[in-house]
Design a protein around this ligand. Sequence first.
Ligand SMILES: [Zn+2]
Length: 77
Amino acid sequence: MIVRLIIFIALVSLLILVYRKFTANKQATPPEADAASMRKCAQCGIHLPESEACTENGKFFCSDAHRQAYLNNNKDD
Ligand SMILES: [Zn+2]
């Protein structure tokens, strides 16, 4: 009798744990897809879609002019 009760409690606890894991995973997926596609110009700070951005050494720029300006300002690195 008591063994059945313990098994029942263990099963319920397991179900709660699994349920919490599922709901936690759903909450752990913020709208990052939108944020990931927007890039910030390293020169002027404007945000633009990644597809329209110029890249250099892992940095993003709104235009080729800003990419050149940034490279000229950071030649010492
Ligand atoms: Zn810019």
